[in-house]
Design a binder for this molecule. Structure first.
Ligand SMILES: O=CC(=O)O
Length: 340
């Protein structure tokens, strides 16, 4: 590169975008969803033969994935062994624009030495904010209150619509990963009296946050708020079932920002209907999207949000950029930024 051109880049950084030749047109990247923030598309298009498609079914992914070196994927379609086989032996990298990997056959990808990345870190704040929102909304009966306004049944009575306090409460975090820790940091401002958590092992971060490590059963019976912030794995599948809800306090609030599959929804519906627990706030459920006539939608003590955990402009943009940067690292033979 000439000094003049390098100098020009310093003064007009955008010039590089127009003059830079694709580094490797021979490498093919498939972005499997067309709703990805532009930043990621631009980063990849500038370097590789990049195809953007809106893929919503397994059949269309099977048809489009053949011959790609890297796949930028969203959670719309399960990435199973059929897709991996259809891609072909040249597949080097799968970049997931999500923290959760329950939709991807990670084991099979690893067995074939295909690199994988996800997007931890950049989404912690947004997801933790939603957890706080759901905790407060469920505890203070926001859905029920709204129904009363709509039905003209708003009552002035000192015993009407009483909720549960975070102040002085015990909050139990199931899965004290980065998101769980971000939730604790936020809730500290609400004068919670004790934080407890459970998971595979006691963590230094738990000690630093002043949270006590308990077994799952101890956490259920001692917590006023139980917040699920763990990944969905065969081990955690439906861990919140009828038995678990029975171990919780009748006054307790259950919040889920992990995955819908963590919950046996029939058990949850029963617990909410029979006042085994006080209320629930869910950002994730099964299936997604949930149909409007689903029992969970009808329950007044269940506050739902449609999987909005990472849905902010900044977070989605950061997730897309990180996914693209991981793909670039993989295709350049460099270390991934956030490998799985
Ligand atoms: O649910 C969102 C994610 O896993 O990123």
């Amino acid at each position: 590169m000439s000094y003049t051109f390098v100098g020009l880049l310093g003064v007009f950084p955008d010039v590089g975008k127009h003059f830079r030749l694709p580094l490797n047109q021979a490498k093919k990247v498939l972005i499997s969803t067309n709703d990805v923030p532009m930043i990621a598309i631009e980063l990849l298009e500038a370097r590789y033969n990049t195809v953007v498609n809106d893929i919503n079914t397994k059949e269309s992914l099977l048809a489009k994935v053949a011959g790609v070196n890297a796949l930028f994927c969203s959670a719309k379609v399960k990435l199973d062994i059929d897709i991996i086989n259809a891609a072909g032996a040249q597949l080097e990298m799968v970049g997931a624009m999500s923290a959760g990997l329950d939709n991807i056959d990670v084991e099979e990808l690893k067995r074939r030495n295909i690199k994988i990345s996800n997007t931890p870190g950049v989404l912690n704040a947004a997801v933790a904010d939603i957890a706080v929102l759901l905790t407060l909304a469920a505890a203070r009966r926001l859905r029920e209150g709204r129904i009363h306004i709509e039905n003209n049944t708003w009552t002035s009575n000192h015993k009407w619509m009483l909720g549960r306090d975070l102040k002085g409460s015990t909050v139990g975090i199931v899965g004290l990963g980065e998101i769980g820790q971000a939730i604790v940091k936020r809730l500290k401002g609400f004068e919670v009296s004790q934080f407890v958590y459970c998971g595979h092992r006691e963590k230094l971060e738990g000690k630093e946050l002043g949270a006590e490590f308990l077994t799952f059963d101890e956490l259920l019976s001692q917590s006023d708020f139980v917040i699920a912030s763990c990944p969905l794995t065969p081990e955690t599948k439906e861990m919140f079932n009828e038995t678990a809800f029975k171990k919780m306090k009748r006054t307790s609030v259950f919040v889920n920002i992990g995955r819908g599959g963590l919950v046996d929804q029939t058990g949850l519906i029963k617990a909410l209907r029979e006042d085994t627990i006080f209320a629930a706030g869910l950002d994730v459920m099964v299936p997604e999207p949930l149909s409007s006539d689903h029992e969970l939608v009808k329950l007044p003590n269940c506050f739902l949000s449609p999987h909005l955990g990472t849905a902010t402009y900044q977070t989605r943009s950061d997730m897309a950029k990180l996914t693209a940067q991981n793909i670039i690292a993989a295709l350049s033979g460099e270390k991934l930024i956030t490998p799985v």
